[in-house]
Design a protein around this ligand. Structure first.
Ligand SMILES: Cc1ncc(COP(=O)(O)O)c(C=O)c1O
Length: 430
């Protein structure tokens, strides 16, 4: 056990007795990282940096699993939130920032003529499903990928459906991204019964433009709605989200994560003729119009509108991707980069790992702990993000660290020094 993290360890010991799973977001659980040799508790963040409770500084590529798109404590967002905090965060009367944030989304996102706000992504995807069912009078939803922890989104996931009423299983029809034939077969089998198709327009592992166009045609032809879950892609690839980038337009779109630079906010938006129906549905939440997050949202989107945020995410992310690629090539580490520059994933060559008898998890533990020791925070398996605050100097520092760590990894693999970690279950990576 390293002595770099005594403060983290002490807090973690208290959390283990108090908080089931030790924290609220499964993909942030310290057990999935490199227990004992990776920091667990953050003290503060600024720009691209995070300091842990033991005073160690890091360049952060986890960015709260996506929300921190402009960097920690971006001055415009700080100003807007501090100003709103001086007035109050929640009232019985409505807050002007609710209107201003909705206008900011409508200005940036294609076909977003009306907006409803929520506190989390799962609330917004469930609201999208309810609206689609109400608009079509149909009950089934064809769903690809992850859309949150609510019953209907995990009922088909054998790993995660404990406690979920099994009778919901027929309401949600899973299909795989890119599997057009599979989706068509569902529409054939459940003719006239599918209210909507919900999917991420692209994932870190797959982007298939012709598939998206085919799904668009199929939904139009069958009277189903197309829902884009842009919780990860939204405001990350382009100011108008992935649908601006792919030029395939959904009927309903859901955002969260990068929407408010770390404040808890999600949004469901779409054309007025569809969204108007949401007024008649029982969709309500006490904190839905909480004003600090709405102020953060309006400020975040204003920065995106007025500054070259996305040019920077593509450029900086691209420099990092190619630097890591070269480091892997030069050192012979079995590391690959997958995805788009503003959101990519570090992956391993499975056959190389297998022939060395190590699991991806063991390799992740090695990489995470060695990179953390050199002042870089990565996350296991999931998406590596960059923010608008990341600089060329950050990237150089990170690539230099990766060069050392990849070389050490290649040595460990050659010498058989990496112990299998004995943990078999797959990691949750959202
Ligand atoms: C694609 C996607 N949809 C939905 C969600 C759920 O969002 P939340 O965790 O805010 O409920 C996530 C969370 O990671 C996600 O990645």
């Amino acid at each position: 056990v390293s002595d770099r993290y005594p403060g983290s360890r002490a807090l973690y010991a208290r959390a283990q007795a108090l908080i089931p799973g030790t924290t609220q977001t499964i993909s942030k659980r310290p057990a999935a990282y490199a227990p004992g040799s990776y920091p667990m508790y953050a003290d503060r963040g600024e720009g691209s940096n995070v300091w842990d409770v033991d005073g160690n500084r890091y360049v952060d590529y986890v960015l709260a699993c996506g929300p921190i798109v402009l960097g920690y404590q971006h001055p415009s967002v700080q100003r807007a939130v501090t100003e709103q905090l001086g007035r109050g965060s929640l009232f019985g009367l409505l807050s002007p920032v609710e209107v201003i944030a909705a206008e900011a989304i409508a200005e940036l996102v294609p076909r977003a003529e009306m907006v409803r706000f929520f506190k989390g992504g799962a609330d917004a995807t469930s609201a999208a499903a309810r609206l689609a069912r109400a608009l079509t009078g149909r009950e089934r939803i064809a769903s690809s990928g992850y859309h949150g922890w609510h019953d209907q989104w995990v009922v088909n996931d054998p790993q995660n459906r404990a406690g979920v009423p099994h009778r919901l299983v027929d309401l949600v029809l899973p299909f795989a991204y890119s599997d057009l034939a599979g989706l068509e077969a569902l529409f054939e089998e459940f003719r006239g019964e599918i209210a909507a198709v919900i999917l991420e327009p692209l994932t870190v592992d797959a982007y298939d433009e012709s598939f998206l166009q085919a799904v668009r045609r199929l939904t139009r032809a069958t009277g189903a709605l197309l829902i884009f879950d842009e919780i990860v892609t939204g405001f990350r690839l382009a100011p108008g989200g992935a649908q601006q980038w792919t030029r395939v337009e959904a009927d309903l779109t859901v955002f969260a994560k990068a929407l408010a630079n770390g404040f808890p906010l999600a949004a469901l938006c779409g054309p007025r003729d569809m969204m108007r129906t949401a007024a008649d549905l029982f969709i309500t939440s006490t904190y839905g119009d909480e004003a600090l997050s709405l102020a953060a949202c309006a400020a975040t989107l204003e920065v995106m509108r007025d500054q070259p945020v996305h040019d920077s995410l593509w450029r900086i992310g691209g420099t990092l991707m190619s630097g890591l690629h070269s480091a892997a090539q030069e050192t012979g580490a079995p590391v690959r980069l997958v995805g788009q520059a503003p959101m990519f994933r570090i992956a391993f060559d499975a056959t190389a790992l297998k022939s060395n008898g190590v699991t991806p998890r063991a390799v992740w533990r090695f990489l995470l702990s060695e990179m953390a020791r050199r002042g870089v925070l990565w996350r296991p398996g999931g998406i590596t993000f960059v923010s608008y605050a990341h600089t060329e100097a950050d990237i150089q520092e990170t690539v230099a660290a990766a060069q050392e760590v990849f070389a050490a990894l290649a040595d460990e693999l050659r010498s058989g020094g990496l112990a299998p970690d004995g943990v078999a279950e797959p990691m949750f990576e959202r």
